[in-house]
Design a protein around this ligand. Structure first.
Ligand code: SF4
Ligand code: SF4
Length: 338
């Protein structure tokens, strides 16, 4: 990453954080899925298929327009494997044309020098690659040995921020691989984070003693900003529930390939409203709604968004929200009658 791009990136990060702290009336981060299909089939993953078609560009552009209308600061393209989408660059350009930060999550398989340069030209600003192990096995082929050449290409040609996420838990056989991956990431000049893999419904699988030790060593190596924001992980690693306010459905949105808004990748179906029909009323309701799955949730990015509002606006259970809504309606009826 060039020095000038790095400074611009830091400035844009500071600007979206300041805006998010100043006001709660906009989306901070949206994950958008242009393609559910993936070239891999990781054993712990419930976010891919092997047959679906790419979402057409004009449909993706309309979804991006709607996210801009909701005041979204960051749009991260995820999957499946989004690099398989034939018009990925145009989607990135469209995000940037609205002034939003454009991010990408990929398994890294499709990076070549030429492809990286085209992503530079499109205006990509941040990339995250998760690497699960050093050598491929039956659980995962997102492996350092397979991807090291791609990482070297990225180190040489990419003009965007790169974070390498290593993982612990979820059936990964050699937890010490996470440390090898993190060291290699630092060596190549990337930032690094570590995630605890969630199980099928997005909640916690307790770590073993060895996993815990490795987890803390990798965290020490990693990005200090992320480490500060991810203190919830210490509770999660201990297998303890963590108290926080999940703002998914409002400050964080997950838009699936069918264009529906979900709380997150692991809670698809709630609220399940088409993005084009999503209103500030939906946004406000979800902002206030306490999520039953929050205490054992391991989804890093939603935790980080939650921190921005954790100190304000306590949440209510869906039952309490419905009760409050009914009371408001009753008061409205009485006032109208009078
Ligand atoms: S590469 Fe990512 S999307 Fe594809 S199967 Fe693995 S975890 Fe799932
Ligand atoms: S707490 Fe929020 S991010 Fe975590 S699983 Fe539940 S809805 Fe998803």
């Amino acid at each position: 990453m060039r020095k000038s791009t790095f400074v611009k990136w830091k400035f844009r990060q500071a600007a979206f954080i300041a805006r998010a702290l100043a006001s709660t009336d906009h989306v901070v981060l949206a994950h958008i899925i242009p393609m559910r299909r993936c070239n891999l089939a990781c054993g712990y993953c419930n976010e891919y298929d092997q047959t679906s078609k790419p979402v057409p560009l004009d449909v993706m552009k309309r979804r991006v327009d709607k996210l801009a209308e909701l005041g979204t600061s960051i749009v991260t393209i995820s999957g499946g494997e989004p690099m398989m989408h034939p018009e990925l660059d145009q989607i990135i350009r469209h995000i940037r044309s609205h002034g939003m930060i454009a991010g990408l999550i990929s398994n890294g398989y499709y990076f070549t020098p030429d492809r990286i340069k085209r992503l530079n030209d499109a205006g990509l600003e941040a990339l995250q690659i998760s690497i699960d192990n050093v050598n491929p096995d039956e659980v995962s082929r997102k492996s350092l040995r397979v991807l090291d050449k791609k990482l070297r290409y990225l180190a040489e040609h990419a003009d965007f921020h790169i974070n390498i996420n290593s993982v612990i838990g979820g059936g990964i056989k050699q937890p010490e691989d996470a440390l090898t991956v993190a060291k290699r990431a630092v060596e190549l000049g990337f930032s690094t984070t570590v995630g605890v893999i969630h199980d099928g419904d997005g909640t916690l699988k307790p770590l073993t003693e060895t996993e815990k030790q490795i987890f803390h060593s990798v965290k020490k190596l990693g990005n200090k900003d992320h480490a500060r924001l991810n203190w919830f992980q210490d509770s999660i690693a201990e297998g303890k529930p963590y108290e926080w306010r999940c703002r998914s459905g409002s400050r964080y949105l997950y838009i699936c390939e069918d264009g529906l808004v979900h709380w997150c990748s692991q809670q698809r179906g709630y609220p399940g409203i088409p993005l084009e029909d999503y209103t500030m009323e939906d946004f406000k309701r979800e902002y206030k709604t306490e999520k039953w799955c929050a205490p054992t949730c391991t989804i890093q990015c939603v935790h980080q968004v939650g921190i921005l509002d954790n100190w304000r606006d306590p949440q209510m259970t869906p039952v309490q929200i419905r009760r409050e809504q009914k009371q408001k309606e009753r008061v409205g009826q009485v006032l109208r009658a009078e």
